[in-house]
Design a protein around this ligand. Structure first.
Ligand SMILES: [Zn+2]
Length: 118
């Protein structure tokens, strides 16, 4: 949120129209929740009325037992509140000796703004 405001101000933006962000699956952030929070937090700021576009990135795991490395999905049966604290299971061998190597991104990729000509 603050990052977006800072970036906009630094670029002499008058009004931000669009903010693109990328979130990894393993952040366990819920897009609808983010949009809701964004709308509240952007009230009376340069971001008010801006559209928040969210791109979801698949999580990536590395397995210490079988050497698997690649995309992984969160087990839909595990509630996110719990999944974020428990190790991910390897999709190849089922081991819990895994390491998250991707999917924790939470970055602003692009901001579109109307710039003051003056
Ligand atoms: Zn494995």
């Amino acid at each position: 949120m603050e990052t977006a405001v800072d970036a906009a101000v630094q670029n002499n933006a008058r009004k931000v129209v669009e903010v693109n962000i990328e979130i990894g699956e393993f952040t366990f952030l819920i897009p609808e929740q983010l949009i809701f929070n964004f709308e509240i937090a952007s009230k009376n700021t340069i971001l008010e009325g801006a559209k928040l576009l969210i791109i979801k990135k698949k999580g990536r795991l590395s397995c210490h037992d079988c050497g698997f490395e690649g995309e992984s999905e969160v087990d839909p049966e595990i509630p996110p509140q719990i999944a974020s604290f428990s190790p991910m299971k390897c999709p190849s061998c089922g081991s819990s000796a895994t390491e998250i190597i991707g999917g924790k991104e939470f970055i602003i990729t692009d901001i579109r703004a109307e710039v003051d000509d003056a």
